[in-house]
Design a protein around this ligand. Structure first.
Ligand code: FAD
Length: 248
């Protein structure tokens, strides 16, 4: 495993150093209005800003909520992407080791996760990630550092640090065989570009690549040197944009 001194947060600070003054955080987008001359983005506070183009990097259903007057094709495509909220949807950060079995495997000391099957289907399981065995930073903690998704056992309220909620995209046959390819037809239309898991595959790396690919279509350089990564970038870009993609 590779980690960075002071965590990935430091990497983001480095990567954005040249334009950090133009990044606005905690400003949800309420509406995106497109016209022949540009794009107007309205934030949660009602302030409007004008741009040449917009890259929408949120989930398909969220995109549909903020796009003003989407075409029939965009509405159909975006609403066809399905999300499921069963697997790992309720996640708890805590220090209650009673959710782990007390057996000879000694998960608290040795394992990176514990999966507890509670039903017949493969996704009928609760997963506890044992973070102090995975992250060097957490090793220094005096308490267990645990993240449990879909817990079936009770977690001591006093040991809960945070509760969160997640959602996963469903890569059903229709999404993989049809939707991903049809999205090419709407990319860049009315100055709007799309990226994220529903454009390709639900993984952190590919979603990052979809963002780079969208930026590349708008004229950005591909920033990395590794030839294998460059090859995969071009492959992913082709999947998203078809023959129009500006290969790295
Ligand atoms: C519990 C869990 C564990 C996972 N584990 C792994 C793993 O181990 N490895 C791996 O590769 N992948 C993992 N994934 C998958 C990975 O996290 C996703 O594939 C990836 O984050 C999806 O990226 P995205 O850009 O499509 O969407 P997101 O990461 O969901 O980003 C969309 C962003 O848009 C923001 N947003 C939404 N609406 C608005 C709005 N109106 N205005 C402004 N911002 C808005 C959201 O707040 C969010 O930050 C995991 C996912 C989950 C849920």
């Amino acid at each position: 495993m590779r980690t960075w001194d002071q965590g990935t947060r430091r990497k983001y600070v480095e990567m954005t150093a040249a334009f950090s003054d133009r990044i606005w955080l905690d400003r949800p987008v309420r509406k995106i209005r497109r016209s022949a001359s540009g794009v107007e983005v309205e934030d949660g506070g009602g302030t409007r800003h004008a741009f040449d183009d917009v890259i929408v990097a949120c989930n398909a259903n969220q995109t549909l909520m903020i796009l003003d007057r989407p075409t029939f094709m965009k509405r159909w495509l975006l609403s066809s992407v399905r999300y499921e909220s069963e697997l790992h949807n309720h996640t708890v950060v805590h220090s209650d080791a009673s959710v782990l079995p007390d057996d000879e495997v000694r998960p608290l000391a040795t394992r990176s996760n514990h999966i507890g099957q509670y039903g017949a289907r493969s996704d009928n399981c609760g997963v506890t990630h044992i973070m102090h065995n995975r992250q060097p930073l957490a090793k220094r903690s005096a308490r267990p550092c645990l993240v449990t998704g879909n817990t079936v056992s009770r977690i001591d309220e006093h040991k809960i640090v945070k509760r969160w909620w997640f959602r996963h995209i469903v890569h059903d046959v229709r999404h993989v065989a049809v939707l991903i390819h049809l999205f090419r037809l709407v990319q860049g239309r009315r100055r709007t570009w799309y990226c994220g898991a529903h454009k390709l595959i639900n993984s952190q790396e590919t979603c990052f690549v979809t963002r780079l690919a969208a930026a590349r279509q708008l004229g950005a350089d591909y920033p990395f040197k590794d030839p294998e990564a460059r090859k995969w970038f071009s492959f992913c870009g082709r999947m998203m944009f078809g023959w129009r993609f500006r290969k790295a």
